[in-house]
Design a protein around this ligand. Sequence first.
Ligand SMILES: Nc1ncnc2c1ncn2[C@@H]1O[C@H](COP(=O)(O)OP(=O)(O)OP(=O)(O)O)[C@@H](O)[C@H]1O
Length: 280
Amino acid sequence: MFLEKVGKRYDRHGPWIISDVTLAVPEAAVVRIEGTNGRGKSTLLKVLAGISRPTAGRVTGRPPTAYVPERFPPDLPFHTVGYLHRVGRIHGLTRRESARRSALWIDRLGLSGHARVPLKRLSKGTSQKVAVAQALMAEPGLLVLDEAWTGLDQAARGSLDDAVLELARSGGRVVFVDHDPARLAGRVTAVHRIVDGSLAPAEPPAAEDPGPRVHIEVDTPHGAALPSGLPGAPSAEPVAPGRTRLTVAERHSDALLRHLLGLRHPPVHIRSLNEGDRPA
Ligand SMILES: Nc1ncnc2c1ncn2[C@@H]1O[C@H](COP(=O)(O)OP(=O)(O)OP(=O)(O)O)[C@@H](O)[C@H]1O
């Protein structure tokens, strides 16, 4: 995906908010956009996501895109699960797949207690979880996140981190703004700072130690593939026909095991669990 000399102003005679922005977002990129308040970060993200049309320049090669806005409009006459299910249908998913993904993200983001609550009655933090869930439901090729972690509890922030890494690992692109300079440290592939309306490269944050990891070997019947979106974004390595070795950070292993034990499509048999080594 490529932005070529992109500029945006909201009014024909108004100031240019961003100008002459040239940016490549390759596959598997995790791109952080920085800038002080009011510099045009949200404006750039909206142009990237295709929600706002550039006033100058052009955007090419945009894959199917999902966007988590800074503020999610909860003023819709649905409850959480009904809304997510509709989002899935809008993305062209079958009823069954839409229900599967809704249930997956409701579980992973800790929304189970709010599944039947009308969107209008959700707290700000819970609405934010729904905003994240509706974007991840789409399994997009480009995920644009505008302060999407803000308001989430720690577990949901971890789930969003995992989802970003999964997406990048499968070749997807992620572009985000976040006030925490350490967000996705070690995973960010490029940082760009908005200075005087244009983009300047900046230094990515250093990696944090991911800590001990756990290996889980699982069998699936007839070699069926494991579903995408597993908690903790484990890496998966085939070790024998129908057998996969999953490697996940120890802090996510309980959530992953719980999820694997509950899987029905396909059912998963856990063969072994091997704890405690550290990444090289
Ligand atoms: N729809 C709009 N119409 C007119 N002006 C707008 C609109 N949206 C944003 N602006 C203006 O564009 C400028 C940049 O806003 P933007 O929200 O993109 O910045 P930001 O870097 O994301 O800010 P913050 O860090 O405060 O979220 C601001 O001066 C803002 O008032």
